[in-house]
Design a protein around this ligand. Structure first.
Ligand SMILES: [Zn+2]
Length: 628
C-alpha cells in the first residue's frame, strides 16, 4: 500500500483501499442555488480523502447527452430524473459515489429514486429567491418573474422542497467550504466515509445531526441518540399507565360546543368517508390513537414511514391517513373545514384542513407492508383509496356507535375506569381476530398468572372475508369466559378497528392502542397480524427491540405457539415440553374449518366443546341458512 498525504498533510491510503461503499448523493434545488459548485467542491474533497471513484451527473450535461429532446413538462422532467437516477444506481452498485446535480423539482420522483436506490442521500441546496436573482448574470429569474419564460422552476413552475432530506445547505448565508464541510460530516455520520477530526463548529454539527434525525436516518448513524420524547413513562396520578405520549386525548365535542358545531354544519362542504376511515376517526376521537389529534400531515407521515416514530420521537408505525380522490380534495381545498360523515349520516365530525399532499402508494406499501404485491390483503385495500391525504385535527360532533355489541364498546377512558375500579395496576391485553381455542386460552392464563387483569380485546372492524365474523366470535368469547375464566379478572371489550395485516408494524400499532386503553402488557404471539408468508415468524416480536421504554412504555409478552401434549397431559409449548410433535394435539386452520363444516369431532384438548358448538352452528348457517 502506497501512503501519501492529502492537501492538509493527513496520511491517505490510495488504491483499492480508497474505494469504499458506493452511494448516490442527490443535490436538488433551484437554478443558481449552487448545486454544481457544491458538487465540484465535494468531488475535490472526496478525492483529497482518497476516494477516486466519484462521478458527477450534472443536469445540464445530462440534458445534452442522456436526455436530448426532452422538454420541460412534468412528464419530461420526471423522465430526465429517472434516467439520471438509473445511471446513478448502476454506478453506486459498483462502489462509485455518484453525485447528481439536477433541479429535480418533483418530490414524488425523488422519493421513487430513494425507494429504488439502497444508499441514497438527498441534499437540498437552498437559497432565498432574492439571492438567486442577484446571482443570476443571465437575468433569467427577472425574465421569469416578468412572465417572459414559461416552465421556469420556482417562478412559473413548481418546486417541491424535500420534507426530509438528509442534508439541507443554506447557500445564501454560508460559504461553499462550510456547505461542503456539513455535507461531508453527514456522510461521515452515515458511515459512508471514514470520520475525520471535525471541520465544522459544534453549532453546525447540531444542525447536521438534527437534519439527519428529521430524515429518519438517525438509526443508521454512529452513536446518535434519539431526542428524549415527552414524559411517556411518568406515573399517572391514578396509578394506571399513562396514555402514549403522556395524555389521553379526546376529540369529541360536548355541550354548547357541540350545539354550535351542529348549527355550523351547513356552512362547510361535506365528505362521505368509508367505514374503514371512520374506524380510524373514531379511534382518534376516543383517544385510542393518543397522542394523535387528527389525520397525519406530510411531515408526520414521512417520519412514521421512514423512522417508525412520530416527529417527536414516540413510537408509531402505521400512518393514519385520510386518503381521498382528486374531486374530494378539490372540494376540501375551498374550505378550512370539512364535515366528515358516514354513509348514513349517523356519524359526523369536523376536519380542520391544515395540510393536503399526494402520497405514492408503492412507497407507502413498501414501507409499511414490506411489499407492493397486490395479493397482500392490506396492500389490496390501498388500491381502493385515493392518493391525496387530507390532514389536520378532527372534532367528532356525533359518535353513534354501531348497534353491534352495545355492552362491549368501551372507550379508553371507560376501560381505564373499569381497571381503576377493580384495582388493577397491571393489565395484559390480548388482541384477536379469531375464535379463542385452547392454545390462546392457555397463553392468556399464563399472562393472568403474572398480572392483575386481562383485557380480551377482539378487533371488530374490517377483517378478511375468510376470517370468522365478529358476531360469531363474540358468542365464542362469551361462552368461553362464562365457563372457564374468573369473571372479575377479565374484561371483554371490542376494538372498533380495521385489520391492516401489516405484521410487525401492526404489532407495534396494536400495542400502542392497548397502552391507551390502559394496559401495561401486550401479548405478542408468533406472526402477529401477519398473513400468508410475508413476514418472518418472530418479526412481530423482534420489532419491539427497536424501541426504548421512553419511546414505547407498554411491555410486550412474547409467546410461542402452544398445544396440548398427551405425554405432559397438559397445555405446553416448545419452551416447556420435551416431547415430539407426534404427542401434540394440533389442527391447522383449514382442518378446523373442514371439521366444523362436516360436524366431525374436534378434540376437547384443542377447543372447548362450548366454543365448538357455536362455530358448528355458524358453519351450518353458512352452508344452508334456511336449515338453521
Ligand atoms: Zn409434552
Amino acid at each position: 500500500m502506497r501512503v501519501v498525504n492529502d492537501s492538509e498533510g493527513n496520511p491517505l491510503a490510495v488504491g483499492d483501499e480508497g474505494n469504499g461503499r458506493g452511494l448516490v448523493i442527490w443535490l436538488t434545488g433551484l437554478s443558481g442555488a449552487g448545486k454544481s459548485t457544491i458538487a465540484q467542491a465535494l468531488i475535490a474533497q472526496l478525492r483529497a480523502r482518497g476516494r477516486r471513484n466519484v462521478e458527477l451527473l450534472d443536469g445540464d450535461a445530462v440534458r445534452t447527452n442522456l436526455s436530448k429532446g426532452l422538454g420541460f413538462s412534468k412528464e419530461d422532467r420526471d423522465t430526465n430524473i429517472m434516467r439520471i437516477g438509473f445511471v446513478c444506481e448502476l454506478l453506486s452498485r459498483n462502489g462509485v459515489i455518484a453525485i447528481a446535480a439536477a433541479i429535480s423539482p418533483y418530490r414524488e420522483v425523488r422519493d421513487r429514486l430513494r425507494l429504488r436506490i439502497p444508499d441514497f442521500v438527498e441534499v437540498h441546496v437552498s437559497a432565498p429567491i432574492a439571492t438567486l436573482v442577484d446571482r443570476d448574470v443571465k437575468g433569467l429569474y427577472k425574465k421569469a418573474l416578468a412572465g417572459e419564460i414559461d416552465h421556469f422552476t420556482g417562478i412559473s413552475d413548481p418546486y417541491e422542497e424535500p420534507l426530509a432530506a438528509e442534508v439541507v445547505l443554506q447557500t445564501g448565508g454560508e460559504t461553499v467550504e462550510r456547505s461542503v464541510g456539513k455535507l461531508l460530516r453527514a456522510l461521515e455520520l452515515l458511515g459512508y466515509i471514514p470520520a475525520r477530526a471535525s471541520a465544522i463548529s459544534a453549532e453546525e454539527e447540531d444542525r447536521v445531526v438534527e437534519q439527519l434525525r428529521l430524515s429518519g436516518r438517525a438509526q443508521e448513524t454512529i452513536a446518535l441518540p434519539h431526542p428524549a420524547p415527552p414524559e411517556n413513562h411518568a406515573k399517572s396520578p391514578s396509578g394506571l399507565i399513562p396514555a402514549h405520549g403522556g395524555e389521553l386525548i379526546t376529540r369529541v365535542l360536548g355541550g354548547r360546543e357541540r350545539d354550535s358545531a351542529i348549527d355550523d354544519l351547513e356552512r362547510y362542504p361535506s365528505l362521505e368517508i368509508s367505514p374503514r376511515q371512520w374506524a380510524d376517526l373514531e379511534l382518534i376521537a376516543t383517544g385510542a390513537y393518543s397522542p394523535l389529534r387528527g389525520f397525519m400531515n406530510e411531515r408526520e407521515y414521512r417520519s412514521v414511514i421512514t423512522d417508525g416514530r412520530l416527529a417527536n420521537g414516540l413510537a408509531w408505525t402505521i400512518p393514519i391517513l385520510l386518503l381521498v380522490d382528486g374531486d374530494a380534495a378539490a372540494e376540501a381545498k375551498q374550505s378550512e373545514r370539512v364535515v366528515l360523515r358516514d354513509r348514513d349520516g349517523r356519524n359526523l365530525a369536523f376536519l380542520h384542513v391544515e395540510d393536503m399532499y399526494r402520497i405514492d402508494r408503492e412507497v407507502l406499501a413498501q414501507k409499511v407492508w414490506g411489499t407492493t404485491d397486490a395479493n397482500h390483503p392490506g396492500v389490496a385495500l390501498l388500491q381502493e383509496e385515493g392518493t391525496i391525504a387530507l390532514a389536520g385535527p378532527i372534532e367528532a360532533i356525533r359518535l353513534e356507535t354501531s348497534s353491534l355489541f352495545p355492552g362491549y364498546r368501551q372507550t379508553p377512558a371507560e376501560t381505564r375506569e373499569v381497571f381503576r375500579d377493580r384495582g388493577w395496576r397491571t393489565v395484559a391485553a390480548f388482541q384477536t381476530r379469531n375464535p379463542v381455542h385452547r392454545a390462546h386460552e392457555y397463553i392468556q392464563k399464563v399472562a393472568l398468572e403474572l398480572v392483575d387483569g386481562l383485557l380480551l380485546h377482539p378487533l371488530v372492524g374490517y377483517t378478511k372475508k375468510d376470517d370468522v365474523p365478529a358476531e360469531v366470535r363474540m358468542e365464542c368469547y362469551d361462552v368461553l369466559l362464562n365457563n372457564y375464566y374468573p369473571k372479575e379478572r377479565v374484561l371483554l371489550s371490542v376494538l372498533p378497528a380495521a385489520m391492516r395485516y401489516a405484521g410487525p408494524k401492526e404489532a407495534i400499532h396494536h400495542a400502542i392502542i392497548r397502552q391507551n386503553y390502559g394496559c401495561t402488557h401486550f401479548i405478542v404471539g408468533r406472526d402477529h397480524a401477519g398473513v400468508g408468508s410475508y413476514y418472518g415468524t418472530y418479526d412481530a416480536q423482534r420489532i419491539f427491540d427497536e424501541y426504548t421504554r421512553e419511546e414505547l412504555a407498554i411491555t410486550p409478552l412474547r409467546f410461542e405457539n402452544s398445544f396440548h401434549c398427551t405425554k405432559c397431559e397438559s397445555m405446553a409449548s416448545e419452551k416447556t415440553c420435551p416431547h415430539g410433535p407426534e404427542h401434540r394435539v394440533l389442527l391447522s386452520g383449514t382442518a378446523v374449518r373442514e371439521r366444523l363444516r362436516s360436524r366431525a369431532e374436534i378434540p376437547r384438548e384443542f377447543s372447548r366443546p362450548e366454543v365448538v358448538r357455536v362455530l358448528q352452528h355458524h358453519y351450518a348457517m353458512e352452508q344452508s341458512p334456511e336449515a338453521a
